[in-house]
Design a protein around this ligand. Sequence first.
Ligand SMILES: Cc1cc2nc3c(=O)[nH]c(=O)nc-3n(C[C@H](O)[C@H](O)[C@H](O)COP(=O)(O)OP(=O)(O)OC[C@H]3O[C@@H](n4cnc5c(N)ncnc54)[C@H](O)[C@@H]3O)c2cc1C
Ligand SMILES: *[C@@H]1O[C@H](CO)[C@@H](O)[C@H](O)[C@H]1NC(C)=O
Ligand SMILES: *[C@@H]1O[C@H](CO)[C@@H](O)[C@H](O)[C@H]1NC(C)=O
Ligand SMILES: *[C@@H]1O[C@H](CO)[C@@H](O)[C@H](O)[C@H]1NC(C)=O
Ligand SMILES: *[C@@H]1O[C@H](CO)[C@@H](O)[C@H](O)[C@H]1NC(C)=O
Ligand SMILES: *[C@@H]1O[C@H](CO)[C@@H](O)[C@H](O)[C@H]1NC(C)=O
Length: 485
Amino acid sequence: MKTLLLILKLLLLSATAVSAARPTPASRACRLIQSALPGKVFYPGKCRTETYLEDMAHFQTSSQENSTCSVQPSSAADLSRIIRIIGRDDIRSPFAVKSGGHATNQGFSSTTGVLISMASFTSVVYNQDAGTVSFGTGRSWDEIYTILEQDNVTVAGGRVPGVGVGLILGGGFSWIADQYGLGVDNVVSFDLVMPNGTFVTVSDTSYPEILFGLKGGLNNFGIVSSVTMYARPIGTVWGGVINYAPSAQISQAVADFSLHNTDHKAQLAAAYVQTGSGQAIWQLIFFYDGGFIPPVYQPFLDIPALESNVGVRAFSDLLATINVVSTNSGGLSNVIPIVQYTLPIIEEIQRQINITYQQAVNDNRSVIAVLLGVEPFLGAFNHETRSAYPHSPDRQVTPCNPWITFSDNADVDYFRALLRKMSNDIQAFAVEQGQSRWDDIHYPNYALNDTPLDLLYGSNVPQLKRIRRAVDPKNIMGLTGGYKF
Ligand SMILES: Cc1cc2nc3c(=O)[nH]c(=O)nc-3n(C[C@H](O)[C@H](O)[C@H](O)COP(=O)(O)OP(=O)(O)OC[C@H]3O[C@@H](n4cnc5c(N)ncnc54)[C@H](O)[C@@H]3O)c2cc1C
Ligand SMILES: *[C@@H]1O[C@H](CO)[C@@H](O)[C@H](O)[C@H]1NC(C)=O
Ligand SMILES: *[C@@H]1O[C@H](CO)[C@@H](O)[C@H](O)[C@H]1NC(C)=O
Ligand SMILES: *[C@@H]1O[C@H](CO)[C@@H](O)[C@H](O)[C@H]1NC(C)=O
Ligand SMILES: *[C@@H]1O[C@H](CO)[C@@H](O)[C@H](O)[C@H]1NC(C)=O
Ligand SMILES: *[C@@H]1O[C@H](CO)[C@@H](O)[C@H](O)[C@H]1NC(C)=O
């Protein structure tokens, strides 16, 4: 027995030694891509290593991995050459596609193989006659809004600075969702490099099945170089951020807004955040699509604030007032499908966040903050188009967004389990209150990596698997991480 173990160990050791010397699929892919696209490939510790480090960076450091190389293509033709090399039968290298790097699951837009950064796809074009905007997938939404603002239009994208265009492939809850629907429901077409390298424009008329798949199916159908969306009018808005100490009044005001708001131009995102020394605050982001304070916000303005910067301003300035918490840390996000945030649910959320925070402290884990985004919407699903992400007007669940940030990425598995438990406990309460069901759809852009496909895509799963097999018979997109069909 001992001898056998020793032999096994020796075999393992020699296997590691050999694999360190022998080129891996990733290192071969990197070399081939470098000869195909000279100057566009970056390695760790080599010249222009800052570009490599930018390509590795993610909003949460726990999403990061060191890739063998990164590549910054600048055209669909470049993308086509890259995916053809990566997918070659004799290579099949692991890879990832990264736009804004805000995915909170490691492996979704990070890899130890080839990291494809979309950073060079930066064009933004407003087509006034068509009423559409086309933009490259290397932009963050706030940049796109700033460029479009001179024409008094916008698109239905992310709500805080820095979030990238990858959001549109998972759903897309914007500040104008109650007026115009989700991001996916505002898409006219996607420019797509298919897994076999063929470049197509995917629309309702050209490839309706792939369009359906891309509206929520993330990176399963190829690499999107550019998106065309409906242009929506925008002028001066009212809003900004107000911080409050927890109180019965603020809980009541948030619940009242969720239950009683009838103004589709008024949207609120409220985060309850508990941090060091047991402190908690409410951080509310207000948006109104108009240059005045709507009556529905008056109750909030009557409550004494810790800090406030609300006012009438340009839309891009509203985003700029949002100071996104904690960037240089690990962090995991999840989702709890909740219809409406009643007062008992809000109180339970506060209680569970405290329990969770105390648990991490008692377990001596590197917790920074336990938080949860209360995201009331009003008919955001009313504009539903055929999408992989199910969002029927008959079942308007909102993406309640629990989140934990931490300083030691070695704790990531601990915090994933803790976040899962807190999410389940809160959902159990919401189910009891009639505001959630265990089979409600989980928003893919917020969900933990081990969420079952059925909970993300519901009855669309068989069809998505069929489309995937037709578009990608060699399962080349299976070489990148994420939810897989
Ligand atoms: C601070 C913060 C704020 C957020 N705010 C919102 C919000 O207001 N509304 C909302 O709906 N969501 C929001 N989210 C969630 C957000 O939708 C997801 O994090 C989304 O993944 C961000 O897209 P990205 O391009 O930044 O991420 P990435 O990590 O770059 O990409 C996300 C996923 O899309 C895939 N992908 C990216 N680009 C391409 C491409 N060109 N072709 C094919 N696949 C691609 C990636 O492989 C990955 O699976 C927020 C997240 C954070 C961290
Ligand atoms: C990436 O490499 C750097 C430098 O070697 C190292 O400090 C860092 O921990 C690595 N990151 C990950 C996520 O492995
Ligand atoms: C945008 O709106 C402002 C205010 O109404 C107006 O002055 C300006 O001319 C508009 N710009 C364009 C390009 O339409
Ligand atoms: C958390 O719970 C403890 C124990 O019940 C309590 O003393 C503390 O005030 C609570 N903290 C918050 C922020 O609710
Ligand atoms: C808590 O964790 C730190 C860092 O891992 C360690 O140094 C310390 O000894 C731990 N304390 C206890 C009480 O376990
Ligand atoms: C790539 O796949 C698409 C969709 O199946 C197909 O139409 C196209 O001909 C394929 N291209 C090549 C080069 O095989």
